[in-house]
Design a protein around this ligand. Structure first.
Ligand SMILES: Nc1ncnc2c1ncn2[C@@H]1O[C@H](COP(=O)(O)OP(=O)(O)OP(=O)(O)O)[C@@H](O)[C@H]1O
Length: 266
């Protein structure tokens, strides 16, 4: 069974080839992380799957169709003045999938919104204005919004960015629980693999037109990353965490260079 399929997928902007001949099948319930330095084409890959970017060649398919996709965007602070309540924000995810809400539709909507809010443990703050919530609380509601339509595929674009360690773990755990309980396929773009290290099934690692796909143990080695980066890279395991040294990225693919939490990574 396959939920997401890329075949011979190539994306180029003019002369610049981000990746080429990418073959990837994501199974229902599988958790695939997309890693790579800035500009390697991680977000572009998600945009292809969302139907916002066209491949230069090859094919990309969400097997259940685009209606079965949930999307968690990057965590960004929502303006304090936004009058929307958390509950209404989650409801927008439902409305995106359905038209013509009758009485019965309204009851189903309420039920689905309540269930999505409960699934991320957001009952306590779902009725507060969105702009007054913390970054972690807002991000939990974004996950609820993506889940309310009961997606078969969840696409996440750096959903942990700028969350503290505790909230990173909360959000990662929510997504993990969801994919195990519902067989949701997850494609998860991230700079920081450590918060999802216990969860991830496979990694797609993109670097400057090259890529490697495999399990964490297959991809996160000094040998593979040195080859991808074309320079000496060391992958160290320190107290159950991965630290990468030598990629030269301002914020390298593991967050080990520490743009966000330098002291927490080691
Ligand atoms: N529509 C476009 N036209 C031309 N170039 C683009 C377009 N969209 C993205 N790019 C370029 O393609 C490259 C890859 O962008 P993308 O956002 O996919 O990278 P990324 O791996 O997600 O990076 P980051 O980690 O910085 O978010 C970047 O250099 C970007 O400037």
């Amino acid at each position: 069974m396959t939920a997401v399929r890329l075949q011979g997928a190539t994306l180029a902007y003019g002369e610049r080839v981000l990746w080429s001949d990418l073959d990837l099948e994501v199974a229902p319930g599988e958790f695939v992380a997309v890693l790579g330095p800035n500009g390697s084409g991680k977000t572009s890959l998600l945009k292809v799957l969302l139907g916002q970017n066209r491949l230069t060649s090859g094919t990309a398919e969400i097997v259940g169709g685009r209606a079965s996709v949930g999307y968690v965007p990057q965590q960004k602070a929502i303006d304090e003045g936004v009058p929307l309540r958390g509950r209404d924000f989650v409801g927008l995810g439902w409305d995106g999938h359905r038209w013509g809400i009758g009485l019965r539709g309204r009851a189903a909507r309420r039920e689905a919104v309540d269930a999505a809010i409960a699934s991320v443990g957001a009952e306590q703050f779902a009725d507060a204005p969105l702009g007054q919530l913390s970054g972690g609380e807002q991000q939990r509601l974004r996950v609820a919004q993506a889940l309310v339509g009961d997606p078969a595929v969840l696409l996440c674009d750096e959903p942990l960015l700028s969350l503290d360690l505790a909230n990173q773990q909360v959000v990662a755990h929510l997504i993990d629980r969801r994919r195990r309980a519902h067989g949701t396929a997850v494609v998860f773009v991230t700079h920081e693999i450590n918060p999802i290290l216990p969860i991830v099934d496979r990694i797609v690692y993109l670097v400057d037109g090259k890529f490697r796909i495999g399990t964490t143990d297959e991809v996160m080695t000094s040998e593979v990353l040195s080859e991808l980066y074309d320079t000496d890279v060391d992958v160290l395991r320190v107290r159950g965490r991965l630290v990468v040294v030598g990629t030269g990225d301002a914020m390298d693919a593991l967050g080990a260079a520490g743009a966000h939490h330098p002291t927490e990574e080691i």
